[in-house]
Design a protein. Structure first.
Length: 625
């Protein structure tokens, strides 16, 4: 056996072990009871099924005059017509028990699907920011979709088909041994063994093809979702044809793998049919010989045929069940791989609830790097006194946004401490930490829902009046009221129906609704024009009043009123002080201020020139009227 085969079997065993809690849920006695009752009806259905060939045999013998119905049957069932009726009644009763079994087990399978899907969804939100920055959304969604379907397949077929198949084989073997001799048992046993061996070998071969098909499907879905999420960018660069070619290349690989999957299935089914045909030929030929010798009746011949045909159904299920289970395992392997990804930031076992008394925030000799070879923060220390505003500015790549991510515990610092009212953020629960901090990011992404939903996201139990009050404070209330559907207006995918300034105001409104004691503004106005920035800044000043506020800023004009400005350069604090002090020092801050002021003045001159030109055009056109 090759190392690859051993590895595959180990992976299969591990996946089945991971699935067991969903198949036999420890916290749901009612579902366990359903499994037991379903198993009872399963066995009962198989026992009843054994009588079907017997009624077929008795009816045949009665019609051919070669025998009579057994004495234990009531007289009313002894006639040929009634035997035929009884044969079909038994078949219907057996089918009814099977359907009752499936109905009882349905809630078990669907509960397993729901539990695994919920666990995966929760786990995705627990993973670190690093994971989500590197993820491929389309592929991730397809993995979860296939995995949830795969567990239903595995749970259902493992319990509802594997057990009855084994049970039916032993019942058939016992009947053949008792009534017709061990030679028939040997024929059936060899047929079953060959069938099972061939099915497993062929299915294992097909699993590799199935994995290729899944990988191609994931890749195609990833490209499709990525392209649609970046619809505007595709249009800006007129690259629809290129996106179509990329998607088609992935679909071509999927087409090839899917074609080989169906072709291999054809060979598998043909091989299974040949083995079953040979086994039935041997048993039926032997029975025909016995009939010609007079040691068996025509009813016996029909009985053996019916038993073998009946046995071929679960044998087909052996192939189908094994194939479906292996394919289901293949489908959910990646889902369990996702569940095995460990969260980079976790709560300590003894983590406490953060208690915010004043809201004093302190960074003490904090060092951090995303990559060990490239340090980002190199031992920075500063304090944000309760109720004060501290701004962090600096060139791009200085580590400004990293500070906000560390305070929010998207990452943990490798050295140093970050404390809130003396409590190390590593020693408190992430939930309580993030509940105490309000974030207004640079790039506000909204849910594809109503404006009211996106504002209420700051505090889901807020009343409509509180939502309207927050919108008024964020200076977006009049705009919302002017819309035809008001607060019920849909904002579109990622909020793209709103302008940048409108999205920022929604973000401010939901932060107001959250009412956190600590506020974090991460370049909240850097992507806006000067006029909109001034309006948003007024709303931010209202929000931050009386709160401990950390402002990460690119535009220095937004932080001139901060109680302290910290200037970062290369991950270290280069300067610190109030705005007038830093300008007087003539250092890096003064240089940045000068450059930005020149850019602002140039922008203002250009705006006035455009307005003048437009007025001139209007004046020149007036005589034409």
């Amino acid at each position: 056996m090759t190392n690859k085969t051993v590895s595959a079997e180990g992976s299969t065993f591990q996946t089945l072990r991971n699935l067991w809690p969903y198949m036999w849920p420890s916290d749901r006695i009612d579902l366990k009871r359903r499994v037991v009752i379903a198993a009872f009806f399963l066995v009962l259905a198989k026992v009843i099924l054994v009588f079907v060939p017997y009624f077929y045999k008795w009816a045949t013998n009665a019609l051919s005059g070669e025998g009579e119905a057994p004495g234990f049957l009531p007289a009313m069932l002894a006639g040929p017509i009634m035997l035929v009726v009884a044969y079909n009644v038994v078949r219907v009763v057996q089918l009814g028990f099977n359907q009752l079994r499936d109905a009882l087990f349905a809630s078990v399978g669907q509960h397993a699907v729901r539990q695994l899907a919920h666990r995966t969804f929760v786990h995705m939100h627990q993973l670190s920011l690093r994971f989500h920055l590197e993820r491929r959304t389309g592929g991730l969604s397809r993995i979860i979709e296939r995995g949830t379907k795969g567990i239903d397949t595995i749970v259902r077929f493992t319990i509802l088909n594997s057990i009855p198949t084994v049970l039916e084989f032993f019942l058939a073997a016992g009947i053949f041994a008792f009534a017709y001799g061990w030679i028939y048992v040997a024929i059936v046993a060899v047929t079953v063994w060959l069938y099972t061996w061939f099915t497993i070998r062929a299915s294992d071969w097909r699993i590799g093809i199935r994995r290729q098909m899944n990988d191609s499907d994931t890749d195609a879905n990833t490209k499709a979702i990525d392209s649609l999420l970046n619809f505007e960018t595709v249009k800006y660069f007129n690259n629809e044809a290129m996106e179509a070619r990329r998607f088609d290349r992935s679909m071509a690989r999927y087409e090839d793998a899917a074609t080989r999957t169906w072709t291999s299935l054809g060979w598998l089914n043909f091989g299974q049919g040949v083995i079953l045909g040979l086994g039935m030929t041997a048993a039926m030929g032997l029975s025909a010989y016995e009939v010609m010798r007079g040691t068996q009746t025509v009813g016996d011949f029909v009985f053996i045929n019916a038993m073998l045909m009946q046995l071929s159904i679960p044998l087909n299920f052996i192939g189908f069940v094994y194939r479906e289970i292996r394919q289901g395992l293949t489908d959910i392997e990646q889902m369990f791989d996702l569940l095995d990804v460990r969260a980079e930031v976790t709560d300590r076992p003894d983590a406490k609830i953060l208690t915010v008394d004043k809201g004093n925030v302190r960074f003490e000799n904090v060092r951090f790097s995303y990559d060990p070879e490239r340090p980002i923060l190199k031992g920075i220390s500063f304090e944000i006194p309760a109720g004060r505003t501290v701004a962090v500015v600096g060139p791009s790549g200085a580590g400004k946004s990293t500070i906000s991510r560390l305070l929010f515990r998207f990452y943990d610092a490798q050295n140093g401490e970050i404390t809130i009212d003396g409590q190390n953020v590593k020693d408190v629960t992430q939930e309580s930490l993030r509940a105490a901090i309000g974030m207004v990011p640079q790039d506000t992404v909204l849910f594809n829902d109503t404006i009211a939903y996106n504002i209420r996201y700051g505090r889901p139990d807020a009343s409509d009046e509180e939502v309207r009050s927050a919108a008024e404070m964020a200076q977006i209330g009049p705009f919302i009221e002017s819309l035809p559907e008001g607060y019920g207006t849909m904002v579109g995918e990622r909020g793209l129906k709103l302008s940048g300034g409108e999205k920022q105001r929604v973000a401010i409104a939901r932060t107001i609704l959250k009412a956190p004691p600590i506020l974090l503004l991460d370049e909240a106005t850097s992507a806006l024009d000067t006029h909109t920035e001034q309006e948003i800044q007024a709303a931010l000043d209202t929000v931050s009043r009386g709160r401990t506020t950390l402002v990460i800023a690119h535009r220095l004009s937004t932080v001139i009123n901060a109680d302290e400005i910290i200037v970062l350069k290369g991950g270290e604090i280069a300067e610190r002080g109030r705005h007038p002090e830093l300008l007087a020092a003539g250092g890096l801050y003064a240089e940045m201020w000068s450059r930005q002021r020149e850019a602002t003045e140039a922008e203002e001159r250009l705006r006035k020139a455009r307005e003048t030109d437009e007025m001139g055009v209007v004046v020149r056109r007036q005589p034409a009227y």
